[in-house]
Design a binder for this molecule. Structure first.
Ligand SMILES: [Zn+2]
Ligand SMILES: [Zn+2]
Length: 393
């Protein structure tokens, strides 16, 4: 069932090996110069510049985002996309290891384009720079702008504390809930006042009760963003921000509806009015393309890195790769760069993202991504199976 001759995989691996030092240099330069969501100007310039030098046709500022870009080698379908994240975390630097995601996507795109020259292969290799994964959801914006419309597969890997073939990534969105009441002096004319903050506090109480009967994976976390201006004024305005999370996008829609019902019910009970408004891009849950993630795992196993299925019942955060995976077959495997007692978004993880182990993982993951990309381009049967399963999800 090997769709691609081993000679092609060998050629792809050689192209990655030849670029090993250069890719590690890119990963380290990004690590040493962290930039944040939608402001990753130097990272986008570095990566798109490397692709341009290799003959890719680069388009900058795609989907209305200055730090998003695409780079294409070849033409038309079939098309395989290699995704590059490059945003860091304020105060923590590259504590999510996106410097490695960027270098791996770059390396895989360069290697597969070099190993499969256009005259021998129909189709295209598309490298996609995807800003603001940590907040803002660049991929979600790109999906809406049609960046993935003519793509057969979207491939990336994420460094982690686990080595998992697929990522149990949840759906997530934030909502702003505002309560409007009427200001009054709390002792002078208390009956005139309608306490907007009381409405907001009551919403927290109602949501705590709701939380007990939510399905596994569903969760609401709220904070108060405005709670009044002075203790001698009944608050006429109060506002909270609520993070909603669920195992599936459908469950998230259900949870959103419940938030609305709770807010309206509390408003009716407290004499306030409530406004419920989406505050962020909605991250959809991740749908793994099993046929492609199995390919990736098999290629990675050859480098001596085995991947396991995720631990049942463990949900990780959310990612905008979920929105891509709703449109096209996609993979987002995790490859460990530190032990399971660690965690991403910590100073220790940031350190691990520039460690000798990170370098080994980078090269192994780049090879596996590039070999999987070659399989997508060369095997019509693989693409058909990936699409058939995608449509059935
Ligand atoms: Zn992260
Ligand atoms: Zn991340």
């Amino acid at each position: 069932m090997t769709a691609t001759p081993d000679t092609v995989h060998q050629a792809v691996r050689q192209e990655v090996t030849a670029r090993g030092d250069a890719l590690w240099d890119v990963a380290r330069r990004l690590h040493a110069d962290p930039e944040y969501a939608f402001a990753e100007h130097r990272a986008a310039a570095l990566l798109s510049g490397e692709l341009e030098r290799a003959g890719f046709a680069v388009e900058r500022g795609v989907a209305g985002m200055p730090t998003a870009f695409t780079a294409r080698s070849g033409r038309g379908r079939p098309a395989v996309a290699l995704l590059m994240e490059y945003d860091a975390l304020p105060g923590l630097g590259h504590a999510c290891g996106h410097n490695l995601i960027a270098a791996a996507g770059l390396g895989a795109a360069l290697a597969v384009a070099a190993a499969l020259p256009a005259e021998k292969t129909a189709g295209s290799v598309l490298a996609v720079g995807t800003p603001a994964e940590e907040g803002g959801g660049g991929k979600a914006v790109e999906v809406e702008a049609g960046v993935f419309d003519d793509v057969d597969a979207a491939l990336m890997f994420h460094p982690g504390v686990y080595s998992w073939a697929r990522a149990p990534l949840t759906a997530q969105v934030q909502y702003r809930v505002a309560f409007h009441g009427r200001a009054a002096h709390p002792t002078g004319n208390p009956t005139e006042g309608i306490d907007a903050l009381a409405g907001l506090v009551e919403l927290f109480n109602v949501l705590a009760v709701l939380g007990r009967r939510l399905p596994e994976g569903s969760h609401v976390q709220g904070i108060v963003t405005h709670g009044g201006t002075a203790t001698n004024i009944v608050p006429e305005y109060a506002e909270g921000l609520f993070g909603l999370r669920a195992a599936t996008t459908a469950a998230l829609e259900d949870l959103t509806e419940r938030l609305r019902v709770c807010a309206d019910g509390v408003a009716a009970a407290t004499g306030t009015t409530a406004e419920v408004e989406r505050a962020t891009v909605r991250y959809e849950h991740f749908r793994d393309s099993e046929v492609l993630s199995e390919r990736f795992a098999a290629h990675l196993a050859r480098a001596g890195v085995p991947l396991a299925p995720p631990t049942p019942g463990v949900y990780l955060g959310s990612s905008d790769i979920g929105n891509v995976s709703t449109r096209v077959p996609a993979i987002h495997p995790f490859v460990a760069i530190m032990g399971e007692d660690g965690s991403d978004h910590t100073p220790e993880f940031a350190e691990a993202a520039a460690s000798p182990r990170a370098r080994e993982v980078l090269i192994a993951a780049t090879e596996a991504l590039a070999c999987t990309a070659a399989d997508v381009l060369l095997s019509g049967a693989l693409r058909e199976e990936a699409w058939a399963r995608h449509r059935a999800m």
